[in-house]
Structures are given as C-alpha cells and as structure tokens.
Design a protein around this ligand. Structure first.
Ligand code: C2O
Ligand code: CU
Length: 549
C-alpha cells in the first residue's frame, strides 16, 4: 500500500460552471476539485490550506469509514473544529475498501458552493472485479443555484421564510447550461453563453469497448434521473458494493449515492449521443443537464443530432421505488446481516416550526450542531453539560396516531443536540418514516447518509411502518450495503448496521438545506476505544484550552 499525498489550496474564485458567472469555492483552481485516485489499503494525506479568508472549512470523505481515524471524518461540530482561515490542516486516513466515493465540504453550505470531488479506489493488483470492462470514467452530478449559499442560508433561517427556489441548472462534472430566458432579468451580459468553461463534459469512447461509468450525485436538493441516449446500461456497483447486475435505460440517483454502470459503445459510431440528467421528485424548473458521449473518431464538438431523452415523469414515484427494490447484493459477494438487532430507532421525518422558523425534525426534535465537537468532548471527558443536551433524543416516538398523510396539526418541534449512544458492536436498526410536509399533499424524498459505516438496506415500504407486519418482510438474504439510502414520499426505509466503528458519527438527510434545518442525528459508539486525538482538530468551543500545534 502506498501513501498518496495531496496539497490543496481552497479559495473563492469567479467561475461560470453553467455559463453564469458567480463566486464558487475551488480546490487548486477547480470545481469539482481534484479526483483522488487510490488503491485499496492506501493512505491518503490531504494537506488543506484554507485560503477563503472569511470562512472556516471542513471536508468530509463521503463513504470512507475512517476506521481508526474518526477525527478525520471532517464533520464540523461532530468530529473536528473547523479549519480557520489561513490555517493548514492535515487529513490522513486509509481507504480500506475499493469503490466509488466522494468528498465535499461539511461546514455551513460549502458543498453547494462548489467544494466537492470524487474518490476512486481500485482493487488491489491481485484482485479482479466480478464484471469486465475496458475503461473507467467518472461523472459527478450536481445541481446549481445562481444565488449564493449565504442568501440561501439567510432565507432558510428568516421569518418570513425565503426559499431560493429550484436550481438554475444541473452540472455534469462541473459543467452545465442555464436557461437564459428563465432569468428574472435576462440581460445581454447574463446571457453570454459562449464561455468555454460551460461547454458540456465529453466522454470519448472507442466503438466496441465497454466503459465503467462511475456516477455520483452531490446535489444540494434534487433527486435525479440519468440516461444515455440510445444506450442501455448495466448497474453493477452502489456506494462501493457490488450489485446483482440489472439492465436499465434510466438510473435514479439521490444526493450522496454513487453507482457504477457498464455501457457498451455499440451504437452507430458516426455520431455522438447525449447523456442527460433531469430532476425527479420535485416539479422540474431546471433544464436538462447535458454531457456528450463521443464516439471516436467523430469530432467531440459535433452536437448529437436527435432530441434529448427526457427520462421518466418527475412525479412518478413508482419506478423510483422499483429501482430501490431492484438493488440487491451481488450473489457472489453477499455479506449477510445479523438476523436480529439489539435496538431499533424509529425516526419520524417531519417538517415543523420552532418559534415561527421552518425546521425539519426527527420524532419532533430538530438537530442543531454544537460548538464543541462531540468526539473531543466525549474522548477528553470535558464537562459534557456545557457541550450538548444530555437527554438523548426520543427513539420510540409513538406515532401510531400520527397521520402521515396530512399537514401536522401540532407544528411546534423542539431543538436539541443530544445524541444516541450505541453499545459498541451492537446491531442497530433504523426505520426512517416519511410524512407529509407543511404543504398539503406533499411529501419529499430524503436521502439519508450514515458516516463511519455501511448499512444493510432491509426494506422499503409505502405508508406507515407496521412493526407487526413489516419486520417479517425484511430482506435478510441478499440486502445491498450502502451508506446513503432514500426514503420515498409517504414511505419508510429500514436499515441495519453494526456499531463497530469507535467514534461519533453523523446520520442525516443529504439535502444541504434539510440538514441545515435540523434533519440529522448523531450516533456515538465505543468512543473510549478511540486512539489519541490529534490536537489539530481542537481549539473551538470548550476545547479552547487544548493547544493547537
Ligand atoms: Cu456527504 Cu455528512 O455527508
Ligand atoms: Cu431531506
């Protein structure tokens, strides 16, 4: 195994990812940032310099479990103090498993400002994938807003609530194109769409060859569909785990998920084809995101001739649930879950108000990030009363009489930063129950992401979860393992994991604004087994007395 060293300089720069110029956060001058390419077992060292001058930073390595290095998880307020302007911070961790992963800012809303990228971990040289392909390419999908994340954050925490609206464009590897005519004030200046920065991303293929496309989504808001005009493809990997292959012409992908698909360049090679991504689950007001599948030797700038594939209807939930159900572990790589669990945490997902402010909550409790990271407080045995609420949040919230189909009657939630302390090595079930939002006849999709672990996806259902019937229907035979999973509108999702990674771990909705508005919880397990914390993660809140290097 090797040590791979990266030096990153994080900055604000003017960029035009979708032809509209705005301030974005770049790493070494780019957004997305550099792709981390490594082999299973390698150690990654990222020396990150915060050149933002007026903003803190933290970076999360999404899908990397951080075994033995929970302080490198990059979750501000949970595992580390933020990296101050001007400071350089060193992240060091092992990529212990092959697969497709991502990284992104985990402070404020920096992910949506452009601070993100890909992590590709290949198998050790002696091992081989359970499927064949000739070349490997990666694609990262995002949605893009012209307003700044400051405007968004301010609006979310204002009375009256101000919503920035739907994204102006969808980006494929950091490139997109907004619809000029939809702008409030289409000026000549704002509508200059000839900038090469926003020309579509091109994937060039050699006729007859098979490509592994690694697709990740880090959207701030949108659920997406993805298609390649004229091509079917085979889904083979999800969040770093092998999938029992299935063929499709459309992939649904939620923020925080990754997939590998195999696509054979077997169509007419004298032309190019669109790769398209569209918003699903919310009424789309965003133009289709486009990239070009370019058949060598056709010129890559030759626009595909036909109209773009439009993809499935945005408001049709059934095919999305069907895809979720279709994703099973590859037969030859099944890692079966324990047949029973030691504890079940049921989380009712609702939209509420607190003192007139819109919030998201779990069991009527909305999460707020503490100023002293839990990991440091617990490990260094600080006076915990000063750090977070000592009362654990509810886990057996009784929602038997809660009508998930109507707007909540009692809309007032409470705010807390208490955590769930899990017995080390115990098996934990989490049931995520969706409900109606504060808008009549509306329930959203929430992609839930767990830090530090992969979980088995035991089942999905529509309507209210019923312990007496639904537990018996759990898939304990070939469930896929993932780190991010959606709950569908008015539905529930059940997952199981082993609390075998000492540390403190966030579990939250991956929609940037939802987490910001309280849609998350924190799990602690085995914190006494965590090794000596580096002093570089300290310095904020109650950890001020600890010396930074
Ligand atoms: Cu990719 Cu805590 O998130
Ligand atoms: Cu959400």
């Amino acid at each position: 195994a090797r040590v791979r060293h990266y030096r990153w300089n994080v900055n604000y720069e003017y960029k035009s990812p979708d032809c509209f110029q705005k301030l974005v956060i770049t790493i070494n001058g780019g957004t997305p940032g550099p792709t981390i390419l490594a082999q299973q077992g390698d150690t990654i060292v990222v020396e990150l310099k915060n050149s933002l001058l007026t903003e803190n930073i933290a970076i999360h390595w999404h899908g990397i479990r951080q075994i033995g290095t929970p302080w490198s998880d990059g979750t501000e307020g949970v595992t580390q103090c933020p990296i101050l302007p001007g400071d350089t911070f060193k992240y060091k961790f092992v990529v212990d498993r092959a697969g497709t992963f991502m990284y992104h800012g985990h402070y404020g809303m920096q992910r949506a400002a452009g601070l993100y990228g890909s992590i590709i971990v290949s198998l050790p040289s002696e091992a081989s994938e359970p499927f064949a392909y000739d070349y490997d390419r990666n694609i990262i999908l995002n949605d893009w807003f012209h307003k700044s994340t400051y405007e968004e954050a301010t609006g979310l925490s204002s009375i009256p609530f101000v919503w920035i609206g739907e994204p102006q464009s969808l980006l494929i590897n950091g490139r997109g194109r907004y619809n000029c005519s939809l702008l409030a004030n289409p000026s000549l200046e704002a509508c200059n769409v000839t900038n090469p920065e926003c020309s579509p991303h091109v994937v060039t293929v050699i006729p007859g060859k098979t490509y592994r496309l690694r697709i990740g989504s880090l959207t701030a808001l949108s659920a997406l569909s993805f298609q390649i005009e004229g091509h079917n493809f085979t889904v083979v990997e999800a969040d770093g785990h092998y999938v029992e292959p299935f063929v499709t012409k459309n992939l649904f992908i939620y923020s925080g998920e990754t997939y590998s698909i195999l696509v054979k360049a077997n169509q007419d090679p004298s032309r190019n084809y669109w790769m398209t991504t569209n918003v699903v689950g919310r009424e789309p007001k965003t133009p289709t995101g486009l990239a070009i599948l370019n058949y060598y030797p056709t010129h890559f700038r030759k626009s595909p001739a036909t109209v773009q594939t439009t993809g499935p209807f945005w408001n049709d939930t059934a095919p999305r649930v069907a895809q979720s159900l279709a994703i099973k572990a590859l037969q030859s790589s099944i890692h079966t879950p324990p047949l029973t669990s030691d504890r079940t945490i049921v989380l009712l997902n609702t939209q509420n108000k607190i003192d007139g402010y819109f919030r998201w909550s779990l069991n009527n409790v909305s999460f707020s990030v503490p100023h002293t990271p839990y990991l440091i407080a617990l490990k260094e045995k600080l006076n915990l009363n000063n750090v977070f609420d000592q009362k654990p949040p509810p886990e057996n919230y009784d929602f038997k009489n809660y009508d998930i189909y109507s707007v909540a009657k009692n809309t007032n939630a409470t705010s807390s930063n208490g955590l769930y302390r899990l017995k080390f090595n115990s098996t934990v079930d989490v049931v995520l129950q969706n409900a109606n939002t504060m808008t009549a006849n509306n329930s959203e999709t929430h992609p839930w992401h767990l830090h530090g672990h992969d979980f088995w996806v035991l089942g999905y259902g529509t309507g209210k979860f019923d312990v007496t019937k639904d537990v018996a229907k759990y898939n304990l035979v070939n469930p896929i393992m993932k780190n991010t999973v959606p709950i569908h509108p008015y539905g529930w999702t059940a997952l199981r994991f082993q609390a075998d990674n000492p540390g403190v771990w966030a579990f939250h909705c991956h929609i940037e604004s939802h987490f910001y508005m309280g849609m998350g919880v924190v799990f602690e397990s085995g914190v006494e087994k965590v090794g000596k914390l580096p002093s570089s993660i300290m310095g904020c809140g109650e950890t001020k007395g600890f010396h930074r290097p």
